[in-house]
Design a protein around this ligand. Structure first.
Ligand code: PHE
Length: 342
């Protein structure tokens, strides 16, 4: 009932006439499609006398293999010869693509984090919406501390009853990240936490209601102040160059004791005094100290078991110092003439 020889001839003739991808697809549908010839032959098996079944079955298999092989061969030769309708005119001038790159603040974050990764730290994230517990109480910041004032912190109004006691403010520093990390992990810990922070400051050349910080935290048994000094000295040399001089000035933060601020010698004038350093030869770059025992208590660490160091720096400030930028607002204006310099 099926003349396979004839069918084979027909297949060979038809494939020879196929000249493009569209015709090849039509050929495939005609023979291998759901309603194609091969299927039709298979479907007819049921109606055939018993002795014919194996012959026709084999014929259908052979036909399917033949069609597949011919199609493969054809596809190869079509590709090689380059089918006209899909061809590209390579002589048409291209459309220039504007290539973007990372914002200078992102580059600065990456550069700083990379230095700390090289020193064994892990980069972590922490939420921008915070609770008073994480942003203040756990960090030993008392209820009457001025930074808790609504003039110094953005408080969030929420009508969601489920949010009660969870999201209350926009973090005013990245230090609540310390609390999240310590609640989640047991020491030894070495993390840096970059991110945005928010303070309701009037915007001027050195203030913005949103800016970026990078927090650092290292907790283990026996961490000493000399570790803090050594670590930050190495960091500053890697970021600003090995000739940079540093000084640690005593300072106060509620969540570290003792605390210090770190200055570097002005990289512009080398410490002689110029307009960038306000003529005193030093530039303040970060706050730091040894983790206060009350903070360990707040996260549930056993008293006296661990010691730790912490530090926090402003990313905009670092970028401004490194690149001689005088106005913080320019970071956020999206002026391509400024951005493409970096
Ligand atoms: N959170 C402090 C600030 O925003 C910086 C800091 C971090 C100080 C960690 C000491 C230790 O000013």
């Amino acid at each position: 009932m099926w003349n396979f020889q004839e069918i084979e001839e027909q297949v060979k003739q038809e494939i020879a006439a196929v000249a493009d991808a569209k015709a090849l697809e039509a050929f495939r549908i005609k023979f291998l499609g759901k309603k194609g010839l091969v299927q039709e032959i298979y479907a007819s098996l049921g109606t055939l006398p018993k002795e014919e079944k194996p012959v026709v079955g084999k014929g259908a298999n052979d036909l399917r293999n033949l069609v597949t092989a011919l199609m493969k061969e054809k596809a190869g030769s079509l590709q090689k010869s380059g089918v006209k309708e899909d061809a590209i005119d390579v002589t048409i001038p291209g459309v220039a693509q504007l290539q973007g790159h990372k914002h200078i603040l992102t580059q600065t974050v990456d550069e700083i984090c990379k230095i700390f990764e090289g020193l064994g730290f892990v980069v972590h994230e922490s939420p921008e919406m915070e609770t008073e517990f994480h942003n203040f109480s756990a960090l030993n910041i008392p209820v009457d501390h001025p930074s808790r004032d609504a003039f110094d912190t953005f408080y969030l109004e929420t009508k969601d009853p489920d949010a009660k006691g969870r999201y209350k403010l926009l973090r005013s520093h990245t230090s609540p990240g310390q609390i999240h990390i310590m609640k989640e992990f047991e020491p030894p810990l070495a993390v840096v936490i970059p991110g945005k922070v928010y303070r309701p400051d009037a915007v001027d050349a050195s203030h913005s209601f949103m800016f970026h910080q990078i927090e650092g935290l290292l907790v283990d048994k026996d961490v000493k102040f000399s570790d803090l000094k050594g670590l930050l000295t190495e960091f500053c040399k890697r970021l600003f160059g090995k000739d940079i001089k540093m000084r640690f000035r005593p300072h106060f933060f509620p969540f570290t004791e003792p605390s210090a601020e770190v200055d570097i010698s002005c990289y512009i004038c080398g410490g002689k005094g110029c307009s960038v350093c306000g003529r005193n030869g030093w530039l303040e770059i970060l706050g730091c100290g040894m983790v206060h025992p009350h903070v360990f208590e707040a996260v549930g660490y056993k008293k006296g078991k661990y010691t730790g160091l912490a530090f926090g720096m402003g990313v905009e400030r670092m970028a401004m110092l490194k690149h001689g930028i005088h106005d913080i607002r320019i970071f956020y204006e999206n002026d391509i003439r400024f951005l493409k310099q970096f």
